[in-house]
Design a protein around this ligand. Structure first.
Ligand SMILES: Nc1ncnc2c1ncn2[C@@H]1O[C@H](COP(=O)(O)OP(=O)(O)O)[C@@H](O)[C@H]1O
Ligand SMILES: [Mg+2]
Length: 307
């Protein structure tokens, strides 16, 4: 190798280093976005959406932490065929470190099992809480987006996550009971002075017969939310009813991974495009980012502890 080649290779190396540095910088402290997935009624597809969205976002070079925060049935681990040995409780009591609790499911997707630790968040004393928030904030170094899979309903825990997140993704099926309960969630969210200012509300219709049906359901809800609650919510897409979803659940693998060509996976890909591209602020928009520490601070201080 002659002198010129050396220089060229050094320059290329330096360029790569700068690009990588820039990429790291743009991805560190304060840039992590938070999405909370919630619903009024149970069994409408929150966990499946959270997990498959995580896999699809990871494919787009997004690094995801998926927090399983269902206060009742934690089941992200069931859906991906892993066994969680530790959860948030172990972080709270200090018996385990973040690296012990996090499970790298596929490249760029880490699962953080909440377990009973989610409930304990409400009762932590000051020093414990700030220690925990510091520990959770370290996730910011390794991920771009936190997805929180919550439980159903309008109890405090679920709403806290929704209100603390940058974007709350509300999911319903076309069934009247599911729509009614989703509307109930919107009503309760509306009652919080924080909504309309900080949290974006995005809307997904799951298990539709067609895209048209999803659009039609969403239009009705958007209209009602606008007219009666003064809320503007973004419809970000639907997931069609697809037998392969249930099949993947039984095999304990995300359908997006198992059946990438399925209709449901196609819908997930569209959702990701919408989330990454055309959402009002874009979920990775650095300017609007408030970071993970702020998220957990809001979660535990502002809402979780308000009874
Ligand atoms: N798009 C879909 N098509 C067909 N079945 C679905 C779809 N989404 C969810 N399901 C079924 O609904 C069940 C409940 O989904 P899940 O994600 O666990 O709901 P939640 O977390 O809201 O309780 C799944 O086990 C699956 O069988
Ligand atoms: Mg669930």
């Amino acid at each position: 190798m002659n002198q010129t080649d050396m220089t060229f290779s050094d320059q290329a190396k330096e360029l790569r280093r700068i690009v990588e540095l820039h990429r790291q910088e743009s991805r560190t402290a304060g840039n992590m976005r938070t999405l909370a997935v919630l619903s009024g009624k149970g069994g409408v597809g929150k966990s499946n959406l959270s997990l498959n969205l995580a896999c699809a976002l990871a494919e787009q070079d997004q690094r995801i932490v998926l927090l399983d925060a269902d206060l009742g049935l934690a089941n992200i681990d069931m859906l991906c065929g892993i066994t969680a040995r530790y959860n948030l409780t172990h972080l709270i009591d200090g018996s385990k470190k973040m690296d012990d609790v996090l499970i790298e499911f596929v490249p760029n997707v880490w699962i953080l099992p909440g377990g009973s630790g989610i409930r304990e968040l409400a009762d932590l004393d000051e020093p414990r809480l700030s220690e925990l928030i510091d520990s959770l904030a370290t996730l910011e170094d390794r991920a771009d987006i936190l997805i929180v899979d919550t439980g159903a309903g309008i109890h405090r825990g679920v709403l806290s996550f929704a209100l603390a997140a940058d974007t709350a993704i509300l999911i319903t099926t076309p069934e009247p009971t599911s729509i009614r309960d989703a509307y109930g969630v919107l009503k309760t969210l509306r009652a919080s002075p924080k909504v309309g200012g900080r949290t974006d509300i995005a809307f997904v219709v799951n298990m539709t017969n067609s895209e048209e049906e999803g659009f039609e359901v969403a239009s009705r809800i958007r209209k009602a939310a606008n007219q009666f609650l003064g809320l503007s919510i973004n419809y970000i897409g639907c997931i069609v009813n697809d037998d392969l979803v249930g099949k993947a659940v039984r095999i304990r693998k995300p359908f997006y991974q198992l059946y990438p060509a399925s209709r449901a996976s196609e819908c997930i890909r569209k959702l990701v495009q919408t989330l990454l591209g055309t959402s009002e602020r874009g979920i990775t928009g650095a300017g609007s980012s408030r970071g993970l520490k702020a998220f957990f601070f809001r979660l535990t201080r502002k809402h979780f502890t308000e009874r």
